[in-house]
Design a protein around this ligand. Sequence first.
Ligand SMILES: *Cc1c(COP(=O)(O)O)cnc(C)c1O
Length: 403
Amino acid sequence: MITSAVRTLATELTGDDLPAYVYDLPALRTHARAVRDALPPGLELYYAAKANPAPPVLRTLAPHVTGYEVASGGEVEHVRAAVPGAPLAFGGPGKTEGELRRALTLGVERFHVESEQELRLLAGAAKDAGLDAVDVLLRVNVPLASDELGGAALAMGGRPSPFGLDPEAVQRCLPLLSGAGSRGPLRLRGIHAHLASGLDAPAQLTVAAAIADWARKLSERHGLDELTEVNVGGGMGVDYAHPDRRFDWAAYGKGMADLALRHPGRTLRIEPGRALTVYCGWYVTEVLDIKHSGGEAFAVLRGGTHHIRTPATKQHDQPFQVLPMDTTATWTRPWARPAVRKEPVTLVGQLCTPKDVLARRVRVPELRAGDRVAFAMAGAYAWNISHHDFLMHPRPGFHYLDT
Ligand SMILES: *Cc1c(COP(=O)(O)O)cnc(C)c1O
């Protein structure tokens, strides 16, 4: 449900102020606090900045997270500047030598290493910088038995993947790390895995247990006393078809507390992105036109998927709420206000491509030119994954509500 602060702004903005992204920071704060409170105190919560790196979002999360997971040199610089002093974990494939050197200069706390070459590049950069204890987590494609998730689809991990290291490659990395018999500038502090996304709490717990068990076996087999951290990744599911059905953080927190008891002396860490910030953002716009074609109704909205690519990427209907605008007094055009009633309508944007669809054949009681539409769940992987410059329409406004 739309919050009253968002609704008020969404109806007060004038047409030329639209589209607009409206972020409800108090709602984000409440949600982040509830997530943190549901987790066991020893579990570390990092926010995956790529989900939404807007500085007000990063800063609102700061009191509720342990740190931030960053996945490029750009994110390292950006997050360092937005939340100075917050611990960073630098992951992501294809880190360049320049990015690694810069990250060392900026004192990045953890490196999630994705390949053997990357490990060698990091070791060289650390040596050149005169550092002797750079903390590394190896990102591993921990094998999962296919029945372990009860049929849930795995997006990553346990299958051929450009991300992370296969178990055999981990063996080859060990001699390059101190704590594993040799002495070098890199310390093996832990194992990182991000195997799947969109999982519910029971499936996430199964994955977390498999990763923690794998890390324990590796550490026991090779006497890796400094391997005390297990980062089990993000990917907590959100349901775009049912915005009110949220990830069960309470059940997940209980399960992670049990897992921690089975792994004494190890720090467990998670790094969700989407499930933290998706609910706080709204993409608000207005209906420009209503038309029929081939017997179907279309509502053409100001803006489109160049601002919110999420429904095109995920092939879903972006959830929304209609905010009816009474323009009877202000409708000055000498023709009837275009409208559609009690029939399915497809919500499209202003782009000259059939892919510019925000929601398909959805039922609304009524939709008229001039009505506002507030798309929900636009707080993650929305603006920042969109191809803004396609067709050169104006950019949306950005409003960070904080009262
Ligand atoms: C994208 C990503 C995350 C966050 O995933 P969400 O689905 O947004 O929770 C966490 N870790 C890694 C390595 C990622 O690539």
